[in-house]
Design a protein around this ligand. Structure first.
Ligand code: OOG
Ligand code: NI
Length: 465
């Protein structure tokens, strides 16, 4: 097949994310309520801030502002993970980052499949936070073996989905008709199943070992457990959730409210208890319930350098040493006050963040700068003279402490459990069948490339030699 009849991976991803959104809104009506609230708050924020509106018009697609930015799934076996990698590749989504959540009492390790280039991200930024269950962290050997048997017997991809994945790999893409069928087939993997593949007794034992294990092992597939639109004002949405009849998690994860947003702030509404039936001993179905699915929102800021990230991690640890947020929200105000207070030492103006080497920025020539190409000046002089401007690079990845907070609030308050911290990126990458991209190297490369475009004005070392 000729490559020019193929639709772009970005288009397949956009179609997939739209189909997933429609499915999830039908499956979880509270999520539709959250989407409507996010759209309202975004509209209010834009109305009150014409400068922001103009900037978004120029840089983003304004009408897509309230659409989903990510979702999450939890997989059970290496085979599922590696096939999922191949499925996401068809949609231009690649594994970036390694997140060890065992330290936070959640027996998984994860990556995020996401588009990587600026153009792809602008076309459609949808990504999927993907976790792999770590049965090796389960102490009970019998249960571990039983769980492994259940997982080995299930098939989470339809035969057709696999056929399209193989075809895309062979031909270097899919045409429009195949792409549409691929999206429909792949969506099946993410669908909710209200009939479990285990008995009530087995579910209970899995659940007692860890609620997350029950969520991964008990079902036919890795149902999408949340979707996450972007909000322009996360504090406002958090405050208004109760008015809409949805219960927010206790605190917003990530950095405090700031003038210059850094990294990622997230919050969610608590997972809903849903009716599920389990296999009974006599072949009949037994009524029960399961709690797994929720809705989340996110607000993103500048990507931090390793130095900035170390500062962020240190300040977050300091905050949590002062006040550990309780799941019931009883000390939420106290936690937020401590967070703002501790983060006062993190510069809150773009130039301060940049000069201290804490964040990544893109550099570009201004109109004035373009007119004087050829003249040498060092970067700071060129910026001061208005020849070069800088803009923050948006953080496109996730944060392990925040992710753990999102997991915990949706696994119930009693879920905290200690595991020995055991990051194992080597095992994860072996199971994935590929290496994950290093997020810092990625942002640094974007920054470097932008600086190189300004060569001639900027007397960088490379230019001088
Ligand atoms: C994933 C939780 C992490 C995020 O946004 O950090 C996450 C899960 O609950 O499966 O989605
Ligand atoms: Ni999430």
């Amino acid at each position: 097949m000729k490559a020019n009849s193929h639709v772009s991976a970005d288009t397949i991803r956009a179609d997939f994310s739209t189909a997933m959104s429609a499915m999830y809104r039908t499956e979880v009506p509270a999520y539709g309520t959250l989407m409507a609230l996010v759209a309202d708050v975004n509209a209010e924020t834009l109305a009150a801030d014409p400068v922001l509106k103009e900037r978004l018009e120029a840089t983003d697609t304004l009408e897509r502002i309230s659409e989903e930015r990510h979702g999450a799934i939890r997989l059970g076996t290496p085979e599922e993970l590696s096939m999922m990698r191949r499925a996401f590749a068809v949609m231009g989504m690649y594994p970036v980052g390694y997140y060890d959540l065992s330290t936070a009492g959640v027996p998984v390790h994860s990556t995020a499949f996401r588009p990587v280039g600026e153009e792809s991200l602008n076309r459609n930024p949808f990504r999927v936070f993907t976790s792999l269950l770590r049965l090796d962290l389960i102490a009970d050997e019998t249960l571990r073996e039983e769980a492994a048997d259940v997982l080995a017997a299930r098939k989470i991809f339809t035969d057709e989905a696999v056929r399209f994945i193989e075809k895309a790999e062979r031909d270097g893409g899919l045409d429009a008709a195949d792409a549409a069928r691929f999206v429909t087939e792949l969506l099946e993997t993410f669908r909710w199943h209200d009939q479990a593949i285990v008995s009530t007794g087995m579910y209970k034992r899995l659940h007692d070992a860890h609620r997350l294990i029950a969520d991964v092992v008990s079902f036919k597939g890795p149902h999408i457990n949340h979707l996450t639109p972007r909000t322009l004002d996360i504090d406002k949405v958090q405050a208004r959730m109760p008015e809409e009849g949805i219960a927010p998690k206790a605190v917003v994860e990530g950095p405090p409210t700031r003038t210059c947003p850094i990294l990622l702030r997230q919050t969610s509404f608590k997972a809903l208890e849903e009716a599920v039936s389990f296999i009974g001993a006599d072949g009949t179905w037994q009524e029960g319930s399961h709690t797994a699915r929720f809705g989340e929102i996110e607000q993103r800021g500048v990507a931090l350098t390793p130095k900035g990230r170390a500062l962020y991690d240190g300040l977050l640890t300091e905050t949590r040493a002062r006040v550990r947020p309780a799941a019931d929200g009883s000390n939420a105000d106290e936690y937020e006050a401590a967070l703002s207070d501790v983060f006062k030492t993190f510069p809150d103006d773009w130039d301060g963040i940049r000069k201290a080497g804490l964040g990544y920025f893109t550099y570009s020539l201004t109109q004035k700068g373009k007119a004087v190409t050829g003249r040498n000046a060092d970067l700071e002089t060129a910026i001061e003279a208005g020849l070069i401007r800088f803009d923050p690079i948006v953080y496109e990845d996730f944060l392990p402490v925040s992710a753990a907070g999102i997991f915990q609030s949706n696994l119930g308050d009693d879920a905290t459990q200690d595991f020995v911290a055991s990051p194992n990126q080597v095992m994860f990458e072996r199971d994935l069948g590929a290496a994950v991209l290093d997020e810092f190297a990625h942002y640094a490369a974007i920054q470097r490339a932008s600086l190189e475009m300004c060569l001639g004005i900027v007397n960088m070392a490379a230019a001088a030699e």
